[in-house]
Design a protein around this ligand. Structure first.
Ligand code: NAD
Ligand code: MG
Length: 409
């Protein structure tokens, strides 16, 4: 054998063995609790986990009330425990899983307490809305690393959540694609000063439309997102641009960057998922298909990048990238979110509660699309300012706001 080929072979085998050892070293098997496993993020997380049976194991699954899907997921992934928040579905889940070695719990307190289980290595927080706050808080308080999809947790209580995470030395890994893109752009740069963050927005299904067009849109129109297939609430948030407002607040807490250094830029192709500009003017971005499985995988397997079989991005399918500023006149929710975050205290919590209420009313066809921002603005202007200090106080503000809206609207 030629000595050159021999040396190349030797180096190749050395690196193969070395890399395998390295991946095993940095990526011990992880037992994951999925809060909200029956939702869009939860289901995609299970697709990711299926790809890595030796490294990722499902320890806990939870759902609000979709008992049949929860049962099917439990039979397939054989978790240690499941929680159904809706207590009226307990018997049904219990009976269906009879004979399986799976514990079954029900109710909101079980949902909050389940994350304390010793065997859980990481919690994927993928419940929608403020309902995700108590269990996510409890996971952090018990030292569990969190893969965070539930942006409402940071919007409502970012101050105490980030403080608790610091105190407990718990990592919060972003799942939201924009924040994952920023996190990936920051890899190896964590000590370099950030000049600004640029969060990209698709613009939603009504990009370029005016107020008179928006007066007549239906829930079915608003649920047709051009690029992403997501749960109903976040899809409506994308149509109003509230989603981007919530993401600006999320980024402020995740990356400790002040609001004035967080810019939103509309990029209708949803290929560049966000960018970081560093102090020297250099911009780093992450590009990929609009597919949540990639950011979910990165959060669950960080810092490893493991090979997968998901579809690949190709520039051939994206001949041009375009950018424009957001139209905050037609879509005021982005402005309202910034104002609420600037005001601080309970205001982001009130913004979120008013948004959850109005989105739900719009989906039930009880209010018009254009009333979503006007009702939120009125609620923010009228609801008394306060400074909650605990999760219970934040949850109480949320409840008070919903009661106030039910009486006043
Ligand atoms: P979804 O509506 O599809 O799923 C929500 C999940 O939460 C379901 O499993 C549901 O059973 C559970 N749930 C809902 N209300 C609950 C309650 N009161 N108590 C307990 N469980 C409850 O939502 P989704 O689109 O998967 O979004 C989940 C979170 O991830 C949201 O905060 C959203 O903003 C964020 N997110 C989603 C996407 C996406 O592509 N879907 C992308 C980025 C961020
Ligand atoms: Mg997002």
């Amino acid at each position: 054998m030629n000595i050159g080929i021999f040396i190349s072979l030797f180096i190749g085998i050395f690196f193969l063995v070395y890399l395998q050892i390295d991946i095993e070293k940095i990526m011990q098997p992880r037992k994951i609790a999925i809060l909200g496993s029956t939702g869009s993020i939860g289901r995609q997380a299970l697709e990711v986990i299926e790809q890595f049976p030796d490294l990722l194991k499902v320890e806990v699954l939870t759902a609000a009330s979709q008992s049949d899907l929860l049962i099917a997921q439990a039979k397939q992934f054989n978790p240690n425990a499941v929680v159904i928040a809706d207590e009226s579905k307990y018997e049904r889940v219990k009976d269906a899983l009879w004979g399986e070695d799976i514990k079954v719990f029900a109710g909101d307190s079980s949902l909050r307490d389940i994350v304390e289980m010793e065997s859980i290595d990481m919690v994927l927080s993928a419940i929608v809305g403020v309902a995700g706050l108590p269990p996510t808080w409890n996971a952090i308080a018990h030292g569990k690393p969190v893969a965070l999809a539930n942006k409402e947790t940071l919007v409502v209580a970012g101050d105490i959540i980030t403080q608790k995470a610091q105190e407990k030395a718990v990592n919060i890994f972003p799942v939201d694609s924009e924040h994952s893109a920023i996190f990936q752009s920051l890899a190896g740069e964590f000590h370099n000063p950030i000049e600004k963050l640029l969060i990209t927005a698709s613009g939603g299904p009504f990009l370029g439309k005016d107020i008179s067009f928006l007066q007549t849109v239906t829930p079915a129109d608003a649920l047709k997102h051009p690029n992403w297939n997501m749960g109903n609430k976040i899809t409506i948030d994308s149509a109003t641009l509230m989603n981007k407002g919530l993401e600006v607040i999320e980024a402020k807490w995740l990356f400790s960057v002040p609001l004035e250094k967080i810019e939103v830029i509309v990029h209708p192709q949803s290929a560049i998922h966000s960018l970081v500009m560093f102090a020297d003017g250099s911009l780093k971005a992450q590009i990929g298909l609009p597919d949540m499985k990639l950011p979910i995988q990165y959060a669950l397997t960080y810092p490893a990048r493991l090979p997968n079989h998901f579809p690949r991005f190709s520039f051939a399918n994206y001949p041009s990238f375009t950018f424009m500023p957001p139209d905050t006149g037609t879509f005021p929710c982005l402005r309202l979110a910034r104002e609420a975050s600037l005001a601080g205290g309970n205001m982001p919590c009130i913004l979120n509660a008013a948004n959850e209420v109005t989105v739900s009313l719009f989906l039930q066809e009880k209010i018009k699309f254009t009333q979503i921002p006007s009702i939120i603005e009125k609620t923010l202007a009228s609801f008394p300012f306060s400074t909650p200090k605990t999760v219970e106080e934040y949850m109480n503000e949320d409840k008070e706001c919903r009661n106030w809206m039910a009486k006043t609207l």
